[in-house]
Structure formats: C-alpha cells, structure tokens
Design a protein around this ligand. Sequence first.
Ligand code: 13P
Length: 255
Amino acid sequence: MKMIIAANWKMHKTAAEAASFCLDIRQREEQFKGIEVLICPPFTALSAAASELKGSKVKLGAQNMHWEPKGAQTGEISAGMLKEFGVEYVILGHSERRHLMAEDSSRIRPKVEAAFQNKLKPILCVGETEDQREKGITEQVLEEQLSGVLKELEVDRPEDLVVAYEPVWAIGTGKAASADDAERAAQYIKKCLAELLTAGGAEKVRIQYGGSVKAENINEFVSSPAVHGALVGGASLEVDSFSSLVEAAGKAVSN
Ligand code: 13P
C-alpha cells in the first residue's frame, strides 16, 4: 500500500505564497520516491497551487467542503468547485473543525458521502482529546467518530478512503504520540473499519498519523505496520522542512 503524506496548511499562505511553495517543491519532487504527496492549501490558494502543480506528481487536496452541490450556503464550497481545480483529496472532520466550528458526525457524514459521490478521496480525521485520553476512553471515541460517519454508508472504493488518526493533544504542541500509541490506535481503527465496511474493505483503507510530525520523527511512524503515512501541519509550511520530511519517509519505506 503506497504511503501518503499530506500537507495541511490550515489558514496559512496567500495565493502568491502557495504558488511560490509549489514552484519550489517541484524542484524536489524527484526525491519523493515511493510516497504519494499532496498539498492542501486554503480554498483561496487552490487555483494558484493548481497552476504551479500542473504536470507534477504532487497532488492537490482541500481542507473541507459542503455536501450540497450548490445552493444558498453562504461561505461554503462544493465538491464540483474543488474538482474544477483538479483537487483529488479532501480533508473532512479535522479536529479544528470539530472543536472550533462545532462539526460533528451529523455534518461530517454527508460530506464524506458527497466526496465519494463526486469521486473525491476523503481524508477522514479522528482522534481523542487529552481529557478523553486521560479518562481511558480513546477507543470509545475513535469507534464513535468512525461509526458516526461510516456506519451503513456505501463505500464502493475503500481504497479511496484515508483515515487520519490525529490525537488532539498532539496537534501543534510539539508533543507527538509515540509510534506505539499511533500503531495501537491504527490497529484499533482497522478493527472498527472491518466492522463498518464490506468484507475486505478495511484492508484497503490507508491510515495516517498526524500531530507534531516532522522530518526527525516521521520514520518512526511510517515504520509502524498499520500506519500508511502522515498528515502534517506546521512542518509542511516551509519547502525545506516538508521536503526533508517526505524524503525521510521515502528512505524509511525503502529500507
Ligand atoms: P501539526 O503537524 O502542526 O501538529 O498539525 C497536525 C494537523 O493538524 C494536521 O492536520
């Protein structure tokens, strides 16, 4: 299964800054061996990033979308609008949206459904807060987040689904989960997926780890058997740190 490393820029970079990053990253892409790489800029930078990435093997993702194709949804963006720029992946249910925008499964589920219907590949984020971890309910939280979105959902192409395990306490804190924690969570996610998807589907889903991933620790995560890549925030904002991270992952995978 090919490793997938995604840059989640969150609310960073103007269109001009995104174009400059993409121009630079194209000079390095030959080094990205054996890894699927994608960049998820803010909506306003998608067009500029798409122009610079034309013909590149670096792919484009979005950070959110609405489930309706069009309509009276002020401030929202539809799958069709994303596809116009060649967007292939869409991050859905990121913890910042769950916590800052009060998104829950009732909103994330129709987004995932609409992504599949529009042939966009969803990166569904799940993960526990520090408080939930201390209470020992991590597995319960993961199970609820997964089943709230995927239960009885028709997933024809599980190979297009990515689940990102992002413990909230590890995001932007410099305090990454241990490789053991990430592996244990990924194994549990696989177990839940085996119950939620049709037979054999769970084996085709890639599971990323996210939360304070950088060039110095990526190899621990990609060396874990159930982890198939990373969702990267802070370390994806500079071309040097992001390309070093992808190159380190490539080396770890080829060993
Ligand atoms: P950091 O890599 O900055 O911890 O962010 C992780 C994240 O939220 C990626 O979606």
